[in-house]
Design a protein around this ligand. Structure first.
Ligand code: DQA
Length: 138
C-alpha cells in the first residue's frame, strides 16, 4: 500500500512554531516516528509552503491514500480543494491542534466534506490515527 503524507505551509517550522498549539517535535522527527510505526507501508512525505507546489504534487500522485494537513490552506484554498478532488484518491484531513477551539476563521475547512475522516486536536498522533484507520480498513 502506498500513502502520501502531505503537510502545508509553515509546518516545516514545527518544533519552533507555537508549541502550545503544535507541540515540540519537528516535522522530521514526526515523520521518522510515523515511518517506524508503519514499516510495511510505502510512505511518501511532502511538505511545501507553496500552494502551487502542493497542487502539482497532488496531480502527480500514484498512491492509494492521502493523509493531508493543509495547514492555513485548509481555510482558504479552493484551488487545493479542487486539486484533491481532481485525482480521486481518498484522503484523511489531519490538524495537530483542535481548530474548533481556536479562532473562528479556523472553524471552516474547505476539505472536510470530501475527506474520509477529519482528525484534529490529537497533536502528532493524528497522523498515526489516520494511518491506523487506513491499515485496519483496507
Ligand atoms: C493546523 C491548523 C491551521 O489552522 C493552521 O493554519 C496550521 C496548522 C493544525 O495542524 O492544527 O498551520 O492545520
Amino acid at each position: 500500500m502506498k500513502i502520501s503524507i502531505i503537510n502545508g505551509p509553515n509546518l516545516n517550522m514545527l518544533g519552533k512554531r507555537e508549541p502550545q498549539h503544535y507541540g515540540v517535535d519537528g516535522l522530521e522527527q514526526i515523520n521518522k516516528e510515523i515511518c517506524s510505526n508503519f514499516p510495511d507501508i510505502d510512505l511518501q512525505f511532502f511538505q511545501s509552503n507553496s500552494e502551487s507546489a502542493i497542487i502539482d504534487h497532488i496531480h502527480n500522485l500514484a498512491v492509494d491514500f492521502i493523509v493531508i494537513n493543509p495547514a492555513a490552506f485548509t481555510h482558504t484554498s479552493v484551488a487545493l480543494r479542487d486539486a484533491i478532488s481532481s485525482v480521486d484518491i481518498p484522503f484523511y484531513e489531519v490538524h495537530l491542534s483542535n481548530v474548533h477551539a481556536r479562532e473562528e476563521f479556523r472553524h471552516k475547512s474547505l476539505f472536510s466534506d470530501k475527506a474520509v475522516a477529519v482528525i484534529c486536536g490529537l497533536g502528532k498522533h493524528g497522523y498515526t490515527a489516520a494511518l491506523e484507520h487506513i491499515v485496519k480498513n483496507n
